[in-house]
Design a protein around this ligand. Sequence first.
Ligand code: SF4
Ligand code: SF4
Length: 241
Amino acid sequence: MPIVEKSLVEVERTETLEVDGIDVSGDWNTFLKSRVSSDLDARILDWVKGEPQGETISRCWQCGTCTAGCCMHTDYGLTDFNPRYFIYLAQIGYEEELRKYATTIWRCVSCNKCVERCPKGVKVEEVVHRIGSYLTATGAAPESPADRFDRAYTKNLLRRGVLDEAELFREYERLEGRKTPTRELLRMAWTLLKSGRLHTGPLAHRTRGWSRMRSVLEAQLAEDDRAHAPRSRGPPAGGPR
Ligand code: SF4
Ligand code: SF4
């Protein structure tokens, strides 16, 4: 049977040759490229299963109902966003392929249609987010604007226990490398002042006894970071990569 998938054919040598008047030109040492990936990592699955509701990933039988009803995939035509495929890649530990979707995976809008429709009770929305978190935590996904905002928000709130909107805005602009025109800044400041939400500088509020609470929260955040670091969960089940 002829091999029709040319991309899988590896030709080492092509020669024009005549032997005893017979043209025997052609490809020599022709092989099929290996389609077997040995770069699989069971840590992804272990990590997702260790997260709240992540253990439901094991129930998935790859029927595709979630993808067929997913609003991002179907209604918005984002064909790269395929929850069934993300789950499949996590199940087999194909991190290299999964990394290609490290940004796309965050396009989930948490509508939960997939969860409603899954015949196996997989918490698809949670599982997809857990896979995304794994990719972020392992450095496969670039930090998103939402991540940077979260970082700025947490830092801001930890400072005094009350949000300083103006300071948060400045910090977020710095992280994003943006600069809002002065005129627009003044307009926003006036709006905040009128609504009584400009708690900055001398107008800043403080929470009594906050320093004690802050150290508790900081310790908890550090603990969460450690718990959510995928690589801290020991070596992959299948041995080193
Ligand atoms: S609907 Fe459920 S069982 Fe089917 S592919 Fe999606 S997660 Fe898996
Ligand atoms: S929750 Fe996310 S994955 Fe599920 S259907 Fe909605 S957008 Fe798709």
